[in-house]
Design a protein around this ligand. Structure first.
Ligand code: COA
Ligand code: ADP
Length: 583
């Protein structure tokens, strides 16, 4: 909690808190809080936070992946905190943190974190344009900046899943015939609920949390039928409320186990609504992962599933694909930047998450408030930040060029050879989409740029090469910078080759902020891993002025190309080898 200058504790004006003692009526047969109950509390708390900012009723549009880290027992206290991270046009991202408190030992621990999107609605119908939310603290600034990145990811989520699931690599997965396999049919559940006023807000819209709770209930029944035990819900995949539901709706909830892995199973749930003779309306589909734990809390082996023909087999195969995707996503997104291995294998199934990781790492680095000004020359400033064996630096100056133009010029990495002596060659391997590009960069020798400053450079006369993912983002809103993020990835089609030392970039890139129509503030960031520390620190200590020299060359390059028509990096269409990369 930060403090105002007058010493008072700062509190985000949209923050809402809810505390609830877990009673037997909230618990399941194991005396643990039912996740459905928790989802209702989380949704209602988050909705009140959204309404606090919007000043009008709001409905749940979507909920991002949720991972439950602990179960909660009867008698313990649940503390929920929700606040709006960012307001877009009619929608807002709300961050929710759930912790548990043991009243007897006075201990607290985190149960889960979630991010939900709410859409504002006028009482007379129609959406409401929201006022922007201005972040006040550094933590709020980071969340505000990352919210734009998360929004981008969730809006493409369903298309990406569709694309990935139609990928041939998954369709070729054979159903494994196991002797003791449980027929999926045995786990099928169908249940109907009548939406009453208690399940809805004063606008008669059914609470999203209530629907989630009903979905969790049928999913738990399906999961229990597979294992003949009490399963524990581990995670819920990102989902979207496709359309509204109202008081008087009959909600039909259907669930079945789609596939069982060694220690976990995927249960799919579908929620549809109808009134009278009306056709069914699809409200929501969610995929939940359950496991079964023994008395010591260790996960148990699960029986295999025998899917039904056609739809069942399709879902069985798609569950395998989703399982791979969710492992990648959890790994890439939830890891702290310094915990992710430098070079993560890139493929189409994790592209969107690597891109998110790339941009969010740079945004988090840029938002740090403990940069130290190291030196300044002709208004070019060099800042450093040292933390946990990682040294980062930032070079910053104002350049006489429109921000968008600088963005176009700097995001085409192949042009960097024109101004950066550390870039000897730069080949565009693949234009993944409008925002993401894969490059191979060859650097001649140890330089000052993170891309070429590994101690192994020039070892035995070898030059270095790098496989880089460049992710670029225009501003989401006025006040946001343009961002170009760079990080190393590995590509099966481009293994290290003889004659080159393969170097790695942890996090680097540009942030370009429009100062005025023709002036941009350009910041270049680079985060150096421990192995390159001695090389950079020598440079930073002022023994070389190459930082300054390279930045001046960059400035000259921008000035000389100020008037050109911007172009996007072009490559061959995605090569077939890359497209068919194993998922
Ligand atoms: N996740 C998060 N936000 C989403 C989204 C998703 N999957 N899909 C759309 N949105 C956001 C858009 O980004 C947009 O936000 P912005 O105005 O800030 O840019 C906003 O929703 C409206 O987008 P629009 O393109 O008009 O989408 P739409 O007409 O499909 O409406 C909902 C989106 C969410 C309003 C609509 O699907 C809906 O009414 N869902 C049911 C909501 C509800 O009643 N929930 C309670 C339980 S049923
Ligand atoms: P998909 O079939 O592509 O998975 P749906 O939205 O149709 O998407 O369904 C989501 C999930 O809900 C399915 O994966 C399945 O697990 C479950 N489901 C759908 N229909 C039924 C049904 N009739 N009975 C039981 N479960 C169902």
């Amino acid at each position: 909690m930060s403090r105002h200058q007058n010493g008072e504790e700062y509190r985000n004006p949209t923050e809402v808190k809810k505390s609830q003692i877990v009673m037997p009526c909230h618990a399941n047969h194991r005396q643990e809080l039912s996740v459905g109950e928790l989802l209702k509390w989380m949704d209602s708390t988050a909705c009140l936070s959204a309404e606090r900012h919007a000043g009008c009723p709001c409905v749940t549009a979507s909920v991002d992946d949720i991972h439950f880290e602990h179960t909660i027992g009867v008698g313990q206290v649940i503390n929920i905190k929700a606040k709006v991270n960012r307001a877009f046009n009619t929608s807002m991202e709300v961050g929710i943190v759930v912790s548990c408190e043991d009243l007897f030992s006075d201990s607290h621990w985190r149960v889960c974190q979630a991010v939900a999107t709410f859409v504002s609605q006028r009482t007379t119908g129609g959406k409401v344009q929201l006022r922007p939310l201005v972040p006040c603290t550094q933590a709020e600034q980071v969340e505000h900046s990352l919210a734009a990145e998360r929004r981008r990811m969730r809006l493409v989520h369903s298309d990406i899943m569709k694309d990935l699931l139609t990928n041939k690599a998954f369709q070729q997965v054979e159903v494994q015939e196991a002797e003791k396999a449980v027929p999926a049919e045995r786990t099928r559940v169908e249940s109907v609920e009548l939406v009453l006023p208690t399940h809805a807000n004063h606008q008669v819209n059914t609470f999203g949390g209530q629907i989630m709770a009903w979905m969790e209930n049928v999913a738990t029944i399906a999961a229990s039928r597979l294992c003949n035990a009490h399963p524990t819900l581990q995670s819920i995949d990102m989902f979207h409320f496709r359309g509204p539901s109202h008081v008087g709706d009959r909600l039909v909830l259907k669930a079945i186990v789609n596939n069982a892995f060694k220690n976990s199973m995927e249960v799919g749930v579908c929620a549809e609504a109808y009134q009278g003779e009306e056709p069914l309306r699809h409200i929501n589909s969610a995929f939940m992962t359950f496991e079964v734990r023994d008395r010591e809390g260790k996960p148990c082996m699960l029986p295999r599933i025998r899917p039904e023909p056609l739809e069942g087999r399709r879902r069985y195969q798609e569950a395998i694909a989703r399982n791979k995707i969710r492992l990648d996503r959890k790994y890439i997104i939830s890891c702290k930047q310094t915990e992710v291995p430098l070079s993560v294998p890139w493929d189409l199934s994790n592209q969107v998450y690597l891109s998110y990781n790339n941009v969010s790492a740079l945004k988090m680095l840029a938002a740090r408030n403990n940069w130290l000004l190291n030196s300044e020359k002709n208004k070019v400033s060099l800042y450093t930040l040292e933390e946990k064996q990682v040294l980062s630096f930032k070079v910053e100056t104002e350049v006489d060029i429109p921000a968008e133009r600088a963005f176009m010029l700097l995001s085409d990495l192949s042009k960097r050879v024109e101004w950066d002596p550390n870039y000897e060659r730069c080949e565009l391997i693949l234009r993944v989409d409008d925002d993401d590009f894969l490059y191979r960069v060859v650097t001649p020798s140890i330089g000052q740029d993170g891309a070429s400053n590994s101690p192994s450079a020039n070892q035995g006369g070898k030059v270095q090469d790098f496989i880089l993912l460049a992710s670029r983002r225009p501003p989401c809103d006025s006040g946001d910078p343009y961002v170009i993020a760079l990080r190393s990835v590995t590509l099966p089609t481009h293994p290290p080759t003889e004659g080159y030392n393969r170097g790695e970039v942890l996090c680097a890139g540009f942030s370009i902020l429009e100062v005025s129509k023709n002036i941009s503030k350009i910041s270049y960031f680079n985060q150096a891993s421990p192995e390159v520390l001695p090389y950079i620190s020598t440079d930073i200590a002022g023994l070389s002025s190459s930082f300054y020299g390279i930045f001046c060359a960059c400035n000259t390059f921008l000035q000389e190309n100020r008037g050109d028509h911007a172009s996007t990096p072009q490559s061959q269409p995605p090569s077939s080898t890359l497209k068919s990369t194993q998922l």
